[in-house]
Design a binder for this molecule. Structure first.
Ligand code: AMO
Length: 434
């Protein structure tokens, strides 16, 4: 519709065609108002029963809520209208009629269960709040891409159907690939590493990861969006610097460009981009601080992974984004490099929001012999990863990188209770459709 005017752009004096959904009919007797909604907002269409064409008025009055209509008419100033203007129609056409019984109320006045909303995402995202979340998500991804480009990183796309997994053998979804067993990839880890040995040197990817985890929690998905980074000639501290810059860039873009969406979500006042440096705590300090909170029944000892309650207690204590560095080597994956002066300590790091982990990363083991040893120690057959390991024989530079959970970034940024709010069509234990 080339001549269509968005409701937000309608100005007095225009002869306009507006197109959208019937949000509401306000019938006051002699006069009625049809409220038409589109992606930019809402506009009032005036129906004067005695003065306008009967058929026109009737079409407007009979249009069921959520039907798609196009209205042609003059835009006039009307201070009493919600947006200060109204359309005086000369034609109203119902382009697609909606049934009167809807599975949920898109105006949001009547609440609906999350599962009902996800089953009817199209209707659900006619609500301003849902629309705002996905507009913010889009802005975050735009800003992240731009920031990566400013760091001279090249965007790559790596295969999602793979022969082997990296993040622990039990969490893969198997598929059949021309009669052979294959898997949905859990992480672009090995592929992004292979690219730092190419002349691309510094790469990023924004793409799906698949995790066959049994988890059924508000912060786990079985298909998530991972924002991955990897750079040649970087150590873990340089990778952390980029990680911090990317997260800050995402927040700043939302602060600058999403004022309306934040307002819709009720966050206009409280939203604040992180400004200071993210504190960097060692794993040792982290467990000491968790133990000191007294929140855990049992004290943590060196070598323990951090339990969720421990992360919460520490998050509350720190109160802002922070890194946990220098993890015990034994609880980090084989591809993470140990410190040269202490092999019990890894260069692996996590970046945390006070509510949860957002990022894992580290410097990688680039020495062929050490890498093979790492595979064996982790119980993985290096032969199966030959396509990866052999490239380490042909000049693989030292390198580092990380993976950031896209939905967790949005969830924590907007204070969403459930990660599913930040995905259009979540995949979880119960949900494979739509
Ligand atoms: P990891 O497995 O820690 O590391 O994943 C990195 C980040 O991805 C997000 N994430 C998830 N989000 C929602 N649901 C899930 N099931 C899920 N799993 C992971 C989290 C997590 O911090 N290859 C390494 C990264 C690297 O070292 O570069 C990796 O995948 O926010």
């Amino acid at each position: 519709m080339q001549d269509r005017t968005y409701t937000a752009d309608a100005e007095p004096g225009q002869h306009a065609t507006v197109a959208g959904w019937v949000h509401e009919l306000r019938d006051l007797g002699g006069i009625a108002f049809l409220i038409v909604r589109d992606t930019t907002g809402k506009i009032q269409v005036k129906l004067e029963k005695d003065e306008m064409d009967d058929e026109l008025v009737e079409t407007g009055l009979d249009a069921a809520r959520e039907s798609v209509v196009t209205v042609v008419g003059d835009v006039e100033e009307e201070p009493r209208a919600p947006t200060g203007v109204e359309v005086v129609p000369e034609s109203i056409e119902v382009v697609a009629e909606a049934e009167t019984q809807l599975p949920l109320d898109p105006s949001g006045k009547v609440g609906a269960e999350l599962s009902t909303r996800l089953d009817n995402r199209t209707l659900d995202l006619r609500r301003g709040e849902g629309q705002a979340i996905f507009e913010i998500r889009s802005e975050v991804l735009r800003a992240v891409r731009e920031e990566f480009r400013a760091f001279h990183a090249t965007e790559i796309n790596t295969p999602k159907i793979v022969a082997t997994g990296t993040e622990g053998g039990t969490e893969l979804f198997p598929i059949t690939y021309f009669g052979e067993e294959a898997f949905m990839n859990q992480s672009p880890q090995l592929f992004k590493q292979l690219m730092v040995g190419s002349n691309l040197e510094r790469v990023f990817e924004i793409g799906p990861i698949f995790r066959a985890e049994e988890h059924n929690t508000p912060r786990h998905l079985n298909e998530a969006t991972s924002i991955d980074f990897e750079s040649a000639f970087f150590d873990h501290t340089e990778a952390m610097d980029v990680c911090e810059a990317i997260v800050k860039a995402a927040y700043e873009a939302v602060e600058q460009n999403c004022a309306d969406q934040l307002e819709t979500l009720g966050l206009a006042e409280e939203f604040e981009a992180p400004s200071g440096e993210f504190p960097r705590l060692s794993y040792e300090e982290a467990i000491e601080r968790i133990n000191a909170t007294g929140e855990l029944d049992e004290q943590l000892v060196w070598g323990d992974d951090l339990p969720t309650e421990g992360e919460h207690a520490l998050g509350q204590d720190v109160g802002e984004h922070y890194f946990i560095t220098d993890w015990p080597s034994e609880i980090k994956p084989f591809y993470i490099k140990d410190h040269d002066d202490d092999e019990t300590l890894s260069t692996g790091f996590d970046m945390m929001h006070p509510r949860m982990e957002l990022v894992s990363g580290g410097q990688r083991e680039h020495r062929y012999d050490r890498l093979i040893e790492g595979f064996e120690q982790q119980g993985l057959d290096p032969e199966a990863f030959d396509y990866y390991t052999k490239m380490f024989k042909y000049g693989m530079p030292p390198h580092a990188g990380w993976g950031l959970g896209g939905e967790r970034l949005i969830m924590t940024m907007l204070g969403l209770d459930n990660i599913r709010e930040a995905v259009l069509f979540p995949r979880d234990r119960q949900r494979l459709s739509p």
